[in-house]
Design a protein around this ligand. Structure first.
Ligand SMILES: [Zn+2]
Length: 46
């Protein structure tokens, strides 16, 4: 059975957006996504 492409090591953490289904490999990427896509939602929660 051949593997296609690279397999991610199980240790790699994923940063899943709590507001949608997006998943990022870095916390920075996730935070930037939240600020851009969900900034209004964050403000509305306060
Ligand atoms: Zn999101």
């Amino acid at each position: 059975m051949k593997t296609v492409g690279l397999r991610f090591p199980s240790e790699v953490k994923e940063f899943a957006c709590p507001y949608c289904d997006k998943v990022y490999k870095t916390e920075k990427g996730l935070k930037e996504h939240i600020a851009k896509e969900h900034g209004d939602e964050l403000k509305a929660e306060e």
